[in-house]
Design a protein around this ligand. Structure first.
Ligand SMILES: *Cc1c(COP(=O)(O)O)cnc(C)c1O
Length: 395
């Protein structure tokens, strides 16, 4: 199927095989719930173990999942252009596994300052306790060569960042990482491989929160780690094994169901978000729009070069205090007040200025930042809702 378009592959990958006797197969792969397997005899068990030792995805116990898990791994590998995929019960655990697999006591890691908030918490707690040192660098700074120390063992970026959507020159960072033999790990929750493929641009590890657009329906927590290199994959496999990583077949099944419609959801989110940008640009309350597919965003040229689409995420800088912006948030009726994104519904997040003080890209001191997820509602209704809520700031 390598010659087919990604949209076609998303529909067909991971299909259940035909039953040899009846010649039929379920169109929707079932959720195979099991904690273990039975082997017909010891010979077959020994053969399975030998194959697994040789690196094949052969299951001898339920922890890593059977065909349901395998189908989702295949879809995610296809999306990201990777050769190995490990699933995790949340995006954050996928990040933790990647860090634990590639870092040890005494190591140093370079982290972009726009990363998902809980990564800083991981840094302050577990990484610190292990004696792993973190240096944050300004998102968008592509030459990090001067920040590399003799003990630097990872460069970690999130592109675009999930509050201000800063674009990175991934190929430029990858060439620095490569030249120094340091793995480049990226959080690709924004792109999911469908609209952005960091592994193609030279990143070594791509981590995704499938909780967002892969699941697409705000009903599961899920993470994935995708890798090209077999040596890095072996370290990630060993680490997740040691940590007892496992994910419910039912959650995997929901993710498979969600990802089948990604090809219609993502462009819809992206198109509506751009229409919302157009509207917001006409409002005097809005100082700046943060959305890389918006032609006035500083990351637009990189977005055009490296991305094949966009999604429903954007942020707006309002020329009022963060306190005053709460009126706007409370006045919205179609946008749920809540964290997360990537589901069918519109969401709004009032961003705490304290969270922005660590982002070098943020220059809106005194202004408010509001993050929006544009859902699958009628964009006309969303714009009407935004209009009445913006009117309330000045009223
Ligand atoms: C949500 C999110 C995560 C974490 O995913 P969970 O499944 O909620 O643990 C990581 N990175 C980014 C960019 C996210 O948006």
């Amino acid at each position: 199927m390598t010659t087919h378009h990604l949209d076609t592959k998303l529909v067909h990958i991971g299909s259940a095989p035909f039953d040899p006797e009846s010649g039929t197969a379920p169109v929707s792969i079932p959720s195979i719930r099991t904690s273990t397997l039975r082997f017909k005899n010891l010979d077959l068990l020994d053969k399975a173990i030998a194959k697994r030792m040789a690196g094949e995805r052969v299951v001898t116990y339920g922890i890593s999942g059977l065909d349901t898990h395998r189908a989702l791994e295949e879809v995610i590998m296809e999306l990201e252009g990777g050769s190995y995929c490990v699933l995790a019960p949340s995006g954050l655990l996928a990040i933790t596994i990647a860090m634990f697999a590639l870092l040890k006591s005494g190591d140093h890691v370079l982290v972009a300052d726009c990363v998902y908030g809980p990564v800083r918490n991981l840094d302050r707690t577990l990484l610190k306790d292990l004696g792993i040192e973190v240096t944050y660098f300004a998102a968008g700074r592509d030459n990090v060569a001067d920040l590399i120390q003799p003990n630097t063992r990872m460069i970690y970026v999130e592109a675009p960042g999930s509050l201000l959507f800063e674009m990175f020159d991934m190929s430029a960072i990858a060439s620095v990482a490569n030249a120094n033999n340091i793995p480049l790990v990226t959080d690709n929750t924004w792109g999911n491989g469908y609209i952005y493929r960091p592994l193609d641009l030279g990143a070594d590890v791509s981590v995704i929160a499938g909780t967002k657009y892969i699941g697409g329906h705000s009903d599961i927590m899920l993470g994935a780690i995708v890798v090209k290199d077999p040596k890095i994959a072996a370290r990630i496999h060993a680490t997740q094994h040691a940590m007892g990583n496992s994910i419910s077949a039912d959650d995997v099944w929901l993710a498979l169901r969600g990802v089948k419609t990604m090809a219609v959801r993502m462009p819809h989110h992206g198109k509506s978000a751009l229409e919302v940008c157009e509207f917001l640009d006409s409002r005097k309350e809005v100082v700046r729009i943060y959305h890389p597919a918006w032609h006035k965003d500083p990351g637009y040229a990189l977005w055009q070069r490296d991305c094949s689409g966009s999604n429903g995420m954007l942020a707006i800088e309002l020329n009022c205090t963060p306190e005053a912006a709460k009126k706007f948030v409370n006045a919205l009726t179609l946008f749920g007040i809540g964290f997360s994104w990537g589901g069918f519904e519109s969401l709004v997040q009032w961003v705490d200025p304290a969270a922005l003080s660590t982002h070098a890209y943020w220059t809106g001191k005194g202004h408010a930042l509001i993050r929006l997820h544009i859902g699958l509602e009628s964009v006309q209704d969303l714009i009407e809702d935004l209009t009445q809520a913006l009117d309330k700031i000045t009223a």
